[in-house]
Structure formats: structure tokens, C-alpha cells
Design a protein around this ligand. Structure first.
Ligand SMILES: NC(=O)c1ccc[n+]([C@@H]2O[C@H](COP(=O)([O-])OP(=O)(O)OC[C@H]3O[C@@H](n4cnc5c(N)ncnc54)[C@H](O)[C@@H]3O)[C@@H](O)[C@H]2O)c1
Ligand SMILES: O=C(O)[C@H](O)COP(=O)(O)O
Length: 388
């Protein structure tokens, strides 16, 4: 029986996909796989039982990817599965910043028992008036699953859209509307746009990407939107820019104490992916990834190991899977050991990603414990599994 443990609530429609070969583990130490959303895992110790972590979502900055890779734990995410949910909230965020809808709603709440409210509203409403999105320039930083959707839908709202992503994937580029202007530098986008929204992962290279210098390049009265991660925007610089009136608004999905009570800050409690549809999509994708990995050794949508797929393991064959360092002479050592034991290889696949690699070998021969131990003992091998 294989065991999984959920560190956050995972949508039932996903968990239902686990077959009768799976059960829940009371605690993570007994689990073959962990399912997680935003729970922080950096301080966790992982048991040798743990083989996979699936992030039901996109951002993986809550997971120690290198530590997992070193311990032979494959980390997955669910690319694109919650992108539509975030896209819709980003559009809502732009609309909330364009007019003082929140202020208007608060005014109504404060006056709702006033019998004269309808008449008073007509007098008061001018203080909540704003502008329209039509004709404004939107800059989208990061044209991945979310950025492309935001950029495309904004063109239908009449916005003039600029996109910046020096690493854009071919797939994303195909999906991007041809009406989007290609910003060759992020500075060009900063100087040009009325609304700027950031959709890049939180990494060392993107932390504080929107800082004092970036803000100084932006137009007066710009609205900055951050539905990616708090660390992408320097909190001191954004508060200063709001207080100084340099920027008109900061709409973010990440509450931080520094923003409390700051005029122009619209802060949402990380709701981007909190829709039924996104939660269901993420859960289904995460569970499918885990089952395919545990049962067939296939890796799809990993963020710390290469993707590698040899299809469904056929009955009667043993599949040897080896997570290892991406260094010379590894394959020669694996095949050499199999040759020594007169084992014929039916199919084999090897993929690498940065410092790590993955090798899958199908053989009809039985894999002895001796062979397993010898494979484990090769310098650079991080984990061997034999799926019989
Ligand atoms: N608020 C939420 O609930 C919510 C939901 C999903 C994702 N997110 C966040 O949004 C991020 C993006 O999600 P996604 O699904 O679009 O991911 P994605 O991987 O599909 O897209 C990220 C894009 O950023 C680009 N990029 C990386 N570094 C860049 C840089 N320096 N400058 C410009 N572009 C750069 C990449 O090339 C890629 O195209 C996630 O990493 C996560 O942190 C938040
Ligand atoms: O990166 C993500 O997918 C989002 O931030 C969603 O996080 P959540 O699953 O905790 O809502």
C-alpha cells in the first residue's frame, strides 16, 4: 500500500483519483508522497520513505528544491492549473484600482441604515469616481501561464498591452495575442505603462525586482499589481511610493504588515488560486503526477528533476529508476553492472536537468538485491527504485 500525506487541504475531486492501492499517512514521516499548497517546508526533515512532493499550484518557493533533489525526492508542481483563477483576480484588481469601488462599498456599509441613503449616494459618489481601463497601457512582466492570459484578456478590454519575458517559452509565445507589444527591456515597460503587473516566480534573481529604481522609472500615477509573491516587490520602496503619491495604487495578493492602512494599497489575502475550478484542476494534476511517478517512475512537471516518460510499465518487466547527479560515466556504470549480471535492457531513457539526471531502464530479468545495492553504491547515485 502506498501512502500520501496532505500538508494543506487538497480538493477531494483530486484525492478521489487515488486508487485502492493508496491510503493516507497519519504523519508525513510515513508517506511515500506529500501533497502541499503553500505550507512552508523549508524547516522540515524528510524521511527516507518520501519519494515525491506535489505542489498543487504553481509557486514552489515554499519547498527546499535542492535539499529534496539531494535526498532523491522529486518535486512536482501543476503548471497552468490555477492560471485562469489568477487571471480573473488580476482583472478584478485592475478594476478595483481604477475606481474607488472598495471605498464606495464601505461608504454604503456605513450608511446603509440611513433612510435617505439613495439621495445621499448621488451627492457622495463623486469621491469614489475613477478612470476606465479602455485605452490605458498595461505592462505584463513574465509571460507564462498567467501572464499570457492576463495580456490576452486585457486586449479585449481595449488596453494597449506590453509584454516582457526574456525567457518566454515557445508554447507561451504561440498563445500570446499578436496585438501584444514586445518590450525588449523591462525599463521600456516601466516607462510606458499605466498599469504594471508582475507574473514571475520568486527566485534569488527576481527578489526585489520592483525596487526604488524600478519605481522611479515608472510614470506618475501608475498602478502596480503583484499576484506573484510579496518578495518580488520591495516593501519599503512601494510604501514610500504610495505615501509620496508617485504611484496611484498597489494591488497585491500578499498581506504584509507594512501595507496596513497605507492609502492606495489594495491587499487581498492570497486568493488568486482559491476558486473551485483552480483547486480542482491543481488537485487532479498533482495526484496524477504522483501516481504516475510512484507506479511507473514517470516524471512529468518536476521542478527539480528532468521530465522523463517511458509510458505505463508493462506487466512482467522490472523498471529500474535512478535519480543521480548529472556527471560523466554514470550510464556506463549502470549498464556495466547490468551486463555483469547478464541482464538485457529492453528500453532505456536518460534525461538531465542542470546538476541532476534521471535514468529509467526496463528489463524482463529479475533485479536482485545485490544489483540494487550495487546501483545504490555508485558515486553520484541519489536514489534507486525498482518497480517490479
Ligand atoms: N496569487 C496566487 O494565488 C498565485 C497563483 C498561481 C501562481 N502564482 C505566482 O505566480 C507565478 C507565475 O505563475 P505562472 O503559472 O504564470 O508561472 P509560469 O512558470 O508559467 O510563468 C512564469 C514566467 O516568468 C518568466 N520569467 C522568469 N524570470 C523572469 C524575469 N526575470 N523577467 C521576466 N520574466 C521572467 C518565465 O520565463 C515564465 O514565462 C508563480 O511562480 C507563483 O509565484 C500566484
Ligand atoms: O503559487 C500558487 O499556485 C499560488 O500562490 C496559490 O497558492 P495556494 O495554493 O496556497 O492558494
Amino acid at each position: 500500500m502506498l501512502k500520501y500525506h496532505c500538508l494543506n487541504p487538497i480538493a477531494e475531486v483530486g484525492l478521489e483519483r487515488f486508487t485502492e492501492n493508496y491510503t493516507t499517512a497519519e504523519n508525513e514521516a510515513d508517506a511515500d508522497a506529500i501533497l502541499v499548497r503553500s505550507a512552508g517546508m523549508h524547516e522540515m526533515e524528510f524521511s527516507s520513505q518520501l519519494k515525491a512532493i506535489a505542489r498543487a499550484g504553481a509557486g514552489v518557493n515554499n519547498i527546499p528544491l535542492d535539499k529534496c533533489a539531494e535526498q532523491g525526492i522529486v518535486v512536482f508542481n501543476t503548471p497552468g492549473a490555477n492560471a485562469n483563477g489568477v487571471k480573473e483576480l488580476v482583472i478584478a484588481g485592475m478594476l478595483l484600482a481604477a475606481r474607488d469601488i472598495v471605498g464606495g462599498i464601505h461608504w454604503v456599509e456605513e450608511n446603509e441604515e440611513d433612510g435617505d441613503i439613495a439621495k445621499k449616494a448621488e451627492k457622495q459618489k463623486k469621491q469614489f469616481a475613477g478612470t476606465e481601463l479602455d485605452g490605458k497601457k498595461l505592462g505584463v512582466i513574465g509571460l507564462g501561464a498567467i501572464g499570457v492570459r492576463v495580456a490576452n484578456v486585457a486586449t479585449h478590454l481595449g488596453m494597449d498591452v506590453y509584454g516582457y519575458d526574456p525567457y518566454v517559452s515557445v508554447d507561451a509565445a504561440w498563445k500570446l495575442s499578436r496585438n501584444i507589444h514586445h518590450a525588449k527591456t523591462v525599463d521600456e515597460l516601466y516607462k510606458e505603462c499605466d498599469y504594471i503587473t508582475i507574473h514571475v516566480p520568486a527566485m534569488e534573481s527576481t527578489k526585489n525586482m520592483i525596487d526604488k529604481d524600478a519605481l522611479s522609472l515608472m510614470k506618475e500615477n501608475v498602478v502596480v499589481l503583484n499576484f506573484s509573491r510579496d518578495v518580488l516587490v520591495n516593501s519599503e520602496a512601494i510604501v514610500d511610493a504610495l505615501v509620496a503619491g508617485k504611484i496611484r495604487g498597489y494591488v497585491t495578493d500578499f498581506p504584509i504588515p507594512e501595507l496596513a492602512g497605507v492609502k492606495g494599497a489594495i491587499v487581498i489575502p492570497h486568493l488568486g488560486a482559491s476558486t473551485e475550478e483552480s483547486e480542482d484542476n491543481c488537485a487532479k494534476m498533482a495526484v496524477d503526477e504522483v501516481m504516475d511517478f510512484l507506479e511507473n517512475g514517470n516524471i512529468q512537471h518536476s521542478v527539480n528533476y528532468p521530465d522523463c516518460n517511458m509510458g505505463v510499465k508493462s506487466k512482467g518487466c522490472s523498471r529500474i529508476t535512478i535519480l543521480h547527479r548529472n556527471q560523466p560515466k554514470m550510464l556506463g556504470q549502470f549498464t556495466g553492472l547490468l551486463a555483469e549480471q547478464d541482464i538485457n535492457i529492453d528500453i532505456m531513457s536518460n534525461k538531465s536537468r542542470n546538476e541532476y539526471a534521471y535514468t529509467m531502464i526496463d528489463t524482463e530479468a529479475e533485479v536482485s538485491d545485490d544489483l540494487y545495492q550495487k546501483l545504490c553504491g555508485i558515486d553520484g547515485v541519489l536514489r534507486v527504485r525498482v518497480i517490479a
